[in-house]
Design a protein around this ligand. Structure first.
Ligand SMILES: [Zn+2]
Length: 118
């Protein structure tokens, strides 16, 4: 896909904030539905899956999701990123708003994401 049109860039944070809020509400509803379906038991059976920005375990960004077996709805996601653009990263000095939350091989990001969820 082509990159997004830059004249809409000023709306990116507004859209991201709205999408984040809707996603959070949707997943809370999915958890409540899964608990109700499971006789109000919070031990929900899930299927874990991962998807990445690039193939072949070379991606810097990925998502691990947990889907309720009973309702087939995603109840939680872990956003994983090795991408860091901090100027001091070579000296292990990271900015407060650094987006990277994983250091290691891209293949190990799926395991780390699953551990974060469970
Ligand atoms: Zn960083």
């Amino acid at each position: 896909m082509p990159p997004p049109i830059t004249k809409h860039a000023s709306y990116d944070s507004i859209l991201a904030s709205a999408a984040k809020e809707v996603t959070k509400g949707s997943m809370v509803n999915a958890v409540n539905e899964a608990v109700e379906t499971n006789d109000n038991c919070r031990d929900i059976s899930v299927a874990l899956d991962d998807t990445w920005q690039k193939r072949d375990h070379t991606s810097l960004n990925g998502v691990v999701s947990a889907t309720s077996i009973d309702t087939c709805k995603i109840i939680v996601v872990a956003l994983m990123s090795k991408f860091c653009h901090c100027s001091g990263k070579l000296k292990n000095k990271y900015d407060a708003d650094c987006q990277a939350n994983f250091i290691g091989s891209s293949g190990a990001m799926a395991v780390a994401g699953a551990k974060q969820i469970i």
